[in-house]
Design a protein around this ligand. Structure first.
Ligand SMILES: [Cu+2]
Length: 337
């Protein structure tokens, strides 16, 4: 096993100008298929523990009013991701914001549900040629993340795995859904091509020292996996909800695969960062969600302290509350499989 770069939790340090803090603990992040059955059960039961924590801190508004409905801490993450769709995707914030978001989720697992194990990532490039047989698609009721949804007799609900019985709150109460597809229905082109190790290597080689181009190209790789899994991961509208109401929503983190996917996204970014020392604090890019490379707002000289505007990202009550947490940071390291 190889240890890849050590990642401390440094974003708030940069953003708020606080002194650099030492790591409280050092945790490992490991590929899901290296988990033993017991380790899978421990991780999954701690995620389910978050789904059972109702009306915790994140469910309050800034004036202390309880938000309506039956929501859990797990749902609050989906709400947060949804509220920040435009501010945290396809732009300079995409990678650092998701690193922070994933960190907060890991923190919640450890602090709220006493999780002590490794945080998992899913290296989907290993499953390219037989994605459906990937170890992440496991029907076991205690150690499995579930298989595909049933899109014939139900609204793509997952009936197996440990999350088949969980009710999610956003955008309306529903069961976890997947609608796995390997080709883009609009173009008939394969969605898995971009997930190859070779493609990832090409991106890293071509963009060393150029964060903007890296995050732009890598965003598309990231998007493809969301399309492939479909259902909640692709923010497909539940059938009982008006389609227009889902146009601007992104409740992808409803699917527990989201966290494994973003572990992988963060791992690839950390590899890219380690390729060149100047890569570490480079966050050039657009302030807002855009695909337009010629947008005049793009400032290649911008740095994280100028562009990573967490106040703006904190427009959601949930985010502003979690961003204010003051616990000493833990650090993590990716263990290569
Ligand atoms: Cu996202």
């Amino acid at each position: 096993m190889l240890l890849s770069s050590l990642l401390g939790f440094w974003l708030p340090v940069v953003s708020f100008g606080a002194p650099v803090q030492e790591c409280r603990r050092l945790f490992e992040r490991r590929e899901w298929r290296t988990f033993s059955n017991e380790e899978k059960i421990a991780y999954i039961s701690s995620v389910k523990c978050l789904t059972a924590h109702h009306h915790e801190r994140l469910s309050y508004t800034s004036s202390g009013i309880l938000m309506p409905g039956s929501r859990s801490i797990y749902d609050d993450f989906a709400l947060t991701h949804d509220m920040l769709e435009d501010f945290a995707h396809e732009n300079a914030y995409f990678l650092p914001w998701h690193r922070y978001f994933t960190y907060l989720f890991e923190l919640a697992l450890r602090d709220r549900c006493n999780y002590e194990g490794a945080f998992p990532y899913w290296d989907w490039s290993l499953d390219l040629f037989d994605m459906k047989s990937s170890p992440v698609f496991d029907p076991d009721l205690t150690s499995g993340l579930g298989t595909n949804g049933d899109c014939i007799s139900t609204d793509c609900f997952i009936h197996d795995g440990a999350f088949g019985d969980v009710t999610l709150a956003y955008p309306i109460p529903h069961h976890l859904r997947r609608n796995i597809t390997f080709d883009d229905p609009a173009t008939n082109r394969s969605l898995t091509d971009k997930l190859s190790a070779e493609h990832l290597f090409d991106i890293m080689r071509d963009t060393t020292g150029d964060f903007f181009t890296f995050q732009h190209r890598f965003s598309h790789v990231h998007n493809n996996l969301h399309f492939i899994i479909g259902g909640d991961m692709d923010s497909e509208c539940p059938s009982k909800y008006p389609k227009e109401a889902c146009d601007l929503t992104s409740f992808a983190s409803n699917d527990p695969l989201f966290w494994l996917h973003h572990g992988q996204i963060d791992r690839i970014w950390s590899k890219w960062q380690s390729l060149h020392p100047d890569n570490f604090y480079a966050f050039q890019g657009y302030p807002l969600n855009t695909h337009n490379l010629s947008d005049s707002r793009y400032d290649p000289e911008a740095s994280v302290s100028q562009k990573l505007d967490f106040d703006r990202l904190s427009t959601s009550v949930a985010v502003s509350q979690v961003f204010n947490h003051t616990a000493p940071p833990f650090c993590y390291v990716y263990v290569e499989h």
